[in-house]
Design a protein around this ligand. Sequence first.
Ligand code: FE2
Ligand code: FE2
Length: 222
Amino acid sequence: MNYKNIRFHSVEDSINLITKYQEKTYNIIEKIFKDTPRYDKIKEVFDTLDDKYFMAPASGKLDYHCAWPGGLAQHTLNVVRHAISLSKTLCPGMYSLENVVFSALFHDLGKVGDGNEPYFVPELDSYWREKRGTYYGHNNNIVQMQHSERSLSLLAKFGVPIEDIEWQAIHRHDGFYTESNRDVLRHHREELLSYIMHVADCWSCKKEKHDLVNGTIRPICM
Ligand SMILES: [Fe+2]
Ligand SMILES: [Fe+2]
């Protein structure tokens, strides 16, 4: 991947895009959860985390996906969209829209960190930024765990009620990429929702990188 040819958005466009992701996220919360008992708690997660969520990247490297401020919200919105579409096509009527959207909306929540300290910290070395496209590294000052586990840990901290199928879908969303998932996934005993979440996530990551390389999407400025 040639990082020199990547053109970043202007500051103004970047602010507009992050604002758009924020509005879309809150629209989803209003549309899907407004009349559910979890609404207040779910809204509290985003109201409290605020910039910690909406300014977080989805990964540390351009070679992965959405490694820029707002990237986490951008990626999450893609996963929500693909998860809804996949569940309608592959297992219609099996899961409620609320189950699907909740799992997708929170699958990567752990990438904000532990609520105080961030999961990603900026890479300051110009060699890694300019030559290797690495804009963030992992924060070693927080308890180390998989980001899916951190998503569940954060939801617990906020006291957000979660159904077992959602817990499993969030925990397993990295699918076979995570060694510890292999034993359970290969027996195909897991909920279809867990596979839906993995495919939606995987597809979103691939598409985001594909679109970046093709210039269809551009990084938000840092
Ligand atoms: Fe993830
Ligand atoms: Fe993801």
